[in-house]
Ligand binder design. Structure first.
Ligand SMILES: [Zn+2]
Ligand SMILES: [Zn+2]
Length: 225
C-alpha cells in the first residue's frame, strides 16, 4: 500500500470492499461478452468478421470483453460521468489480461473513437482516449492520439434508435490527415471505445479509415451492452 492509497482509499465499485476499484469476486460475477461478428452480430470465433459478411469498408473484427453489467458497468460510468480518471487504470489492468487471450499479432496501432469537441470540452476529456492510451501502454501497442475527429455535432447517440443512430453518424467522423500520414497503413489498427451498443460509431470509424487505405481495422470495447 502506498501513501496515495491511504489518502485516497479505493473501494470496489461493486461491493465496497477496500483495496481497489474492481475486486476479484465482483469481476467473476460479470460474464465475458459472447464473441460476435461486427457485421451480422452472430457468434464468431475471436470476434472475427465472417468472410461472407466482409466488405471493403467493414471492420475486420471486434473484441468486446465483458457484458455491460455489475462492477464493469459501474466502473465505466464512474469514468464517463464522474471523471474518475484513476478508475481507468484498474479497468485496464484487468482488460489487458483478457485482450492478451485474443492473441492479436503484428505491430498494432491503436486509436480512440472521437468524442465531439463540445462534449469533450464540457467534461474535459474523452474517456475512450484514456482507455486507448492505457491499453496501448499495457500491451505495447503504438497509441495514435487524435487520429479520428467528429466533424459536426451529433445528437447524443444514446437517445436514438438503432437505425437512426447509423444514419446519424454517417459522414460525421473524419480522419485527421496530419496524424494519418504518420501511421503505417500496412499495420493493423485497433479502435477503442468503452461500450459496444449498436456498433454504429465503431463501424463508421472503420469505414473512414479503410477508405483511406488501412488494410486491417478492429474494434475493441471494454463492455458490450
Ligand atoms: Zn467487489
Ligand atoms: Zn457475420
Amino acid at each position: 500500500m502506498n501513501v496515495l492509497d491511504i489518502l485516497f482509499p479505493k473501494n470496489c465499485l461493486g461491493c465496497g470492499k477496500g483495496g481497489g476499484y474492481i475486486c476479484g469476486r465482483c469481476l467473476t460475477k460479470v460474464s465475458f461478452a459472447t464473441t460476435c461478428c461486427p457485421v451480422c452480430t452472430r457468434f464468431s470465433f475471436y470476434g472475427k468478421t465472417h468472410s461472407a459478411c466482409k466488405s471493403d469498408l467493414s471492420l475486420d473484427g471486434v473484441v468486446s470483453l465483458w457484458e455491460h453489467k455489475g462492477v464493469i458497468k459501474n466502473a465505466i460510468s464512474q469514468v464517463k460521468y464522474k471523471f474518475a480518471y484513476d478508475v481507468v487504470s484498474d479497468v485496464v489492468a484487468n482488460a489487458a489480461i483478457e485482450v492478451n487471450k485474443f492473441k492479436l499479432s503484428g505491430n498494432i496501432q491503436c486509436a480512440a473513437v472521437p468524442l465531439h469537441r463540445q462534449r469533450e470540452n464540457w467534461r474535459g476529456f474523452n474517456q475512450s482516449e484514456r482507455f486507448a492510451e492505457e491499453v496501448s501502454r499495457a500491451l505495447g501497442w503504438q497509441y495514435v492520439p487524435s487520429l479520428l475527429v467528429r466533424t459536426k455535432h451529433t445528437e447524443a447517440q444514446v437517445h436514438l434508435h438503432k437505425k437512426k443512430r447509423l444514419r446519424n453518424i454517417r459522414g460525421k467522423i473524419a480522419v485527421n490527415t496530419d496524424v494519418f500520414d504518420k501511421i503505417d497503413v500496412k499495420n493493423p489498427l485497433i479502435i477503442v471505445d468503452d461500450v459496444w451498443t449498436t456498433g454504429a460509431t465503431l463501424k463508421e470509424c472503420g469505414r473512414v479509415l479503410k477508405q483511406k487505405g488501412i488494410k486491417e481495422v478492429w474494434g475493441l470495447t471494454i463492455a458490450k451492452a
